[in-house]
Design a protein around this ligand. Structure first.
Ligand code: GDP
Length: 420
């Protein structure tokens, strides 16, 4: 059927991996947040004049709370990002629209995207565009096209098209797609890369199957791979529908393109092994994929839009998407979440260290107090003994004194009696 491309977003889409990992790591940070809050509450109750906790230790635990808060905010904003590059009119906007399954970005003759356009999901019911802090609502593609054309845009401006997530599964799964001005326009490529690409998980080069890779296309990716270590690159040989007019040449041309692009990825850029690289190169017709997926399909008759072999090309577009989804979700989980996980680990380790130090100084203090108590007790015992010794001595003395007095009194009495 013509709608072959539509069944692709199965419930087991590899993109779900990202959402699941995001939820998991978010839950872990909720727990870490709990520990940090609890520790802060406990340590905050201690007086830093008691020699158990220092002001420095208190400040440190407070800073962990801020760090965790910051990471959770970034985590909430984390999305998978794919950036599309290629020469003007190779079909970048059409590829993005086909992946979004509807004509969102303006494309075609008379429209060239002369700035960066980022398509991302919004929970709102209606789409809008953001240019800097300016928000403008968008009701139709035509209006969007006008907005993109009207604005006096610089090649390194970014316009964000926020499109309702409910209309598009790719956006629901947290994918952000960035369209670029053609790499044939003169621009400071390094600035582009620094501004828009450093956090991209995947790059897609939209090439023209009717010609070989151009020097500008190649040199752009040389710049990318010199700034990012092993970028994930897909190469789409677009406009492959043109091959339908020369079926006898098709296999040969395909083989030639494949060999050259694989060489480019493996030998020149050194980003893939040969076996991997073949899975990064596809021969597609974005135009056919878009038509078959968008609402226009209902009205279209197959013959007017599709050339021979279109089913194979649609199938290849789906294969590209599958590989792309696997690649982007894995890469994003690894690069983005591995960093959060490391930060989470070091925060808990440091917090644990502070708690251990506080515990140590509390137990030191306890031992000291006990020692003092024991020393005091010993001294008391000694004094007590002394006292009792003195008591017996005094008693003895009193007895002797009494006896002495008694003796003296009685002898005096005797003397008196004798004298009488
Ligand atoms: P961009 O400048 O790279 O964004 O290119 P566009 O997406 O605007 O496409 C330029 C023109 O090429 C439009 O008229 C598209 O309909 C057409 N186009 C895009 N992809 C294909 C394709 O696979 N086959 C054919 N025949 N035309 C295509």
């Amino acid at each position: 059927s013509r709608k072959l491309g539509n069944g692709r977003q199965s419930p087991t889409s590899p993109l779900k991996l990202f959402g699941q990992a995001k939820k998991k790591i978010n839950d872990i940070f909720v727990e870490i947040n709990g520990y940090v809050d609890e520790s802060n509450g406990f340590l905050g109750g201690l007086d830093d004049k008691d020699d158990i906790i220092s002001k420095d230790q208190k400040d440190k635990t407070q800073s962990y709370a801020d760090k965790v808060k910051g990471i959770r905010e970034i985590l909430n904003r984390d999305r998978m990002k794919v950036a599309f590059f290629g020469r003007t009119s190779n079909g970048k906007s059409t590829v993005i629209n086909a992946m979004l399954k509807s004509k969102i970005l303006p494309s075609g003759i008379g429209h060239t995207t002369n700035c960066f356009v980022q398509v991302e999901g919004t929970d709102n019911q209606e789409g809008y565009i953001m240019q800097g802090d300016n928000q403008e609502s968008v009701h139709s593609v035509k209006q969007l096209a006008h907005a993109l054309c009207d604005a006096k845009l610089d090649v390194d401006t970014l316009i964000r098209v926020c499109w309702p997530k409910e209309k598009c599964s790719l956006l629901r799964d947290d994918v952000v797609l960035v369209d670029s001005p053609g790499i044939d326009v003169s621009a400071d490529i390094d600035t582009w890369i620094d501004k828009f690409c450093l956090d991209a998980d995947v790059f897609v080069l939209v090439a023209n199957a009717e010609s070989t890779l151009m020097v500008t296309e190649k040199s752009f990716f040389h710049r990318v791979s010199s700034r990012l270590s092993k970028p994930n690159i897909f190469i789409l040989n677009n406009r492959w529908d043109a091959s339908a007019s020369e079926p006898e040449m098709m296999e040969e041309v395909r083989q030639q393109h494949m060999t050259r692009t694989v060489e480019f990825l493996v030998d020149e850029l050194k980003v893939n092994k040969p076996a991997e690289a073949e899975d990064r190169v596809f021969f597609v017709s974005a135009r056919e994929a878009l038509i078959s997926r968008s609402n226009e399909a209902a009205a279209a008759t197959p013959n007017s839009h599709f050339l021979d072999g279109y089913q194979g090309r649609l199938f290849e577009f789906c294969s590209f998407e599958r590989k792309f989804e696997e690649c982007i979700s894995q890469s994003a989980v690894q690069t983005k979440f591995a960093q959060h996980a490391d930060n989470g680990k070091s925060i808990t380790a440091e917090l644990r260290q502070v708690m251990a130090e506080v515990c140590d100084s509390a137990s030191d203090k306890r031992t000291n107090t006990q020692q003092l108590l024991e020393e005091t007790r010993d001294r008391l015992d000694f004094v007590d003994k002394q006292l009792s010794l003195m008591e017996t001595e005094i008693k003895d003395k009193i007895v002797t004194m009494a006896e002495d007095v008694e003796y003296k009194v009685s002898s005096a009495l005797m003397d008196e009696i004798r004298r009488l």
